[in-house]
Design a protein around this ligand. Structure first.
Ligand code: GLU
Length: 290
């Protein structure tokens, strides 16, 4: 059930609803009250109630991944992950300006959730069993695949990860990309963020950069004419929203928000205003309520 709540005091909200009903009943127009904001009613003691009452939320995302999470000129990040984070916040009655964005790199996502430094992580974050041992995932809300980024024109004629056995590759510490590429080459340079890999690729220190196709597509788009994505994904990377391990109510809530956004067009609109400027619009995945 949803209630209209203008101030953070439900009694006042209830009074205004009753005032409106009374006016409606008498046929008179409601007096000029300030517009009320629609927020859901949450059971006391839940994370949803706590966040909604606080009117703010802390979300971890990437700050250097064009299309998904890239710090904009005003200091706040932009991208599909950021829009997904805003969607969840909006269903808690939290405005975008009341979201505190924290940079999470691949390796610190689980600890940031475990330590309570962030309420959610929306950061090209693959759902997998190992991570599920220490945190929970809502989603997936997108499904990517690991791929390779090479210099434009592919001078080393790399056709896939099998061609990397005797070549150096750059990726990021703590990512699934790092783990997966180790099956193909022992010569892996791992750094903090994917944008750090572009210098070594330009200089020839590495023959390829590897991570999810959509991250690589964003980097190629940001550096027009310099790089190309092979576009031969060799893994499946379902993106989830990370949250505290034992917070099943919050996970269910975030899953409900995602599912609703798949149906009402909000998810597609989030895609089209961000990643969709470069990539075609996919079909929403199926939520996995494990
Ligand atoms: N999706 C992969 C992961 O969560 C690679 C991208 C990233 O590091 O964010 O590890």
């Amino acid at each position: 059930m949803r209630l209209k709540k203008g101030l953070m005091i439900s009694a006042i909200a209830l009074a205004s609803v009753l005032t409106f009903s009374a006016c409606a009943d008498s046929g008179a127009a409601p007096s000029s009250e300030a517009p009320v904001e629609e927020v859901p009613e949450f059971e006391a003691g839940t994370t949803m109630a706590d966040l909604s009452d606080a009117g703010k939320i802390t979300i971890g995302t990437k700050f250097d991944q064009p299309l998904f999470g890239l710090k904009g000129p005003d200091g706040t990040p932009v991208g599909f992950d950021v829009e997904i984070g805003k969607l969840v916040a909006s269903k808690l009655g939290i405005k975008p300006e009341n979201i505190e964005w924290v940079e999470t790199v691949s390796a610190n996502r689980e600890p940031f959730i475990q330590n309570g430094q962030v309420d959610l992580v929306v950061a090209t974050y693959t759902i997998n069993d190992k991570r599920k041992e220490v945190i929970s995932f809502a989603g997936p809300y997108y499904s990517a695949g690991q791929d390779l980024l090479v210099l434009a024109g592919n001078p080393e004629d790399i056709k896939g990860p099998e061609d990397l056995a005797d070549k150096a590759v750059c990726t990021v510490t703590g990512s699934t990309s790092e783990k997966n590429i180790a099956e193909y080459t022992a010569n892996v340079i791992a750094t903090d963020t994917y944008s750090n890999c572009l210098g070594p690729l330009r200089s020839g220190e590495v023959a390829a950069v590897t991570t999810d196709n959509v991250i690589l597509a964003g980097l190629a788009d940001q550096n027009a004419g310099e790089f190309e994505v092979l576009d031969k994904p060799f893994t499946e990377e379902p993106y989830g929203i990370g949250l505290a391990l034992d917070d099943t109510e919050f996970r269910n809530f975030v899953n409900d928000v995602l599912e609703e956004s798949f149906e009402d067009g909000a998810w597609a609109a989030a895609w089209e205003s961000t990643a969709g400027k470069v990539l075609s619009t996919p079909k929403p995945p199926t939520i996995d309520r494990y």
